[in-house]
Unconditional design. Structure first.
Length: 88
């Protein structure tokens, strides 16, 4: 079990978390906030900023979820046809 401590949360308007699962399914979930997280690694306190999403009725750090690939801005999310013609 990790011993993460959330020190602060920041708004995450316009960000999505990308997930790819073992069965090949993919999903994009809205990031609800970014969290300033403190954890202990090799006996030292380390701080990082991590995205959080709703999962199972609670706020969860994306790094703790299976299949988390990364985050993208909403303006980078769209169907592939829009990207091909360059008329965005």
């Amino acid at each position: 079990m990790s011993s993460n401590k959330i020190l602060q949360i920041l708004p995450a308007d316009g960000w999505f978390a990308s997930f790819t699962y073992e069965d090949g399914d993919e999903s994009m979930d809205a990031v609800m906030c970014f969290a300033l997280v403190e954890s202990v690694e090799d006996g030292r306190a380390v701080q990082s900023v991590q995205p959080m999403v709703w999962s199972g009725g609670e706020a969860v750090l994306c790094d703790d979820l299976e299949g988390f690939e990364g985050i993208v801005r909403a303006d980078e999310v769209g169907d592939d046809d829009d990207d091909e013609d360059g008329d965005d």
